[in-house]
Design a binder for this molecule. Sequence first.
Ligand SMILES: [Zn+2]
Length: 405
Amino acid sequence: MLIELAHPREATMLDPQKQALITEVERLKPELLEISRFLHANPELAFEEHQAVERLSRTMEKHGFSVERSVAGLPTAFTASRASAEGPTIAFLAEYDALPGLGHACGHNLIAAGSVGAALALKAALGEKVAGRVLVVGCPAEEKGGGKIPLVESGVFRSVDAAMLVHPSNRTEIVKKALGMRDVQVEFFGKASHAAATPHLGINALDAVILAFTNVNALRQQIRSDARIHGIITHGGKAPNIIPDHAAALFYVRALDMAYLEEVYQKVLGCFEAAAMATGTRHQVKRAGSDYHPHKVNYALGELFRKNLEALGAPVDQGPEDEDLGSTDVGNVSQVVPTVQPMIAICGPSVACHMPEFAVASASRAGEEGMLLAATAMALTGLDLLRDRDALRRVKQEFAGGMRP
Ligand SMILES: [Zn+2]
């Protein structure tokens, strides 16, 4: 389904510097569309986004940015930066990984092209009056593996004053929270035996997994409504006539803040321990990845973006901030630097990301219009932060724990 989005050219109330940015995105349009279409036609999975990175970093170099490849030890991460005089650093985050079997059903092709477009347009505004640094951070593996986590840990965002990216969606919203998330793998070790002839000689590791789920189910009633615990059995035995000597499960624990996540996580560990005790198995707990942190919302930054988006003629349809939440590694970035990740509608409400129809929307006219709108609104917001020190101060004050404006 196509939806009509306001065209950037309809903007009227903006000052000449902002008008120039709008014209610049217009000028870049063919190049941005090519990037978006290339990524869409060549979907690459998490940590394998070699063609995407090659394409994006070559584009940035062509426009005079200095590109650093393989940042934080990740072959498909990169940074591209361009500075005028001393000033704040504004980062635009590019995601570019696709989903197994579904291609760009999360629209990361649009995210990458939008962030590149914002950076190229804002770079054109750099000069005596608009001093600072424009940075693109190429972030691999948003869908699986959390590529931004090592980027944060390696200090890529240490010199950044504000970060942004726009995610395509079925609704145009400025603020959407995200849950912190921790994975935990539990293995139980028992003793194999013939399940009919000599069950009394066995120790059943699968029973321990089943009890672990039962314990977690009991726990679930006593936890806060924002917390989530969900798991799968990854190993459940070899044959019905063998008492399983090894069984394993993988769980995710989520919550809106890390302190509560830690509390629930400890209780989940207790569920595993009790299951081991009841069955006489030995158990071992392992973590596969790093924690995804909750999204630390910055309303001041969101407000700047909202004003620019509305000035471009795009209405905002803000829904509840803390319903229907997932987790994203953008959360980790938001904990170290003021970050905004608004959503721009590219399809109707019956289509949601990670559906095959969303991959279609990500290559549609509405998708491309949404991407250009995102690039323009982000460039305008970047300009606000570079030329209006009060605006940046409000953003930073809120980040540091000051009052929400
Ligand atoms: Zn996704």
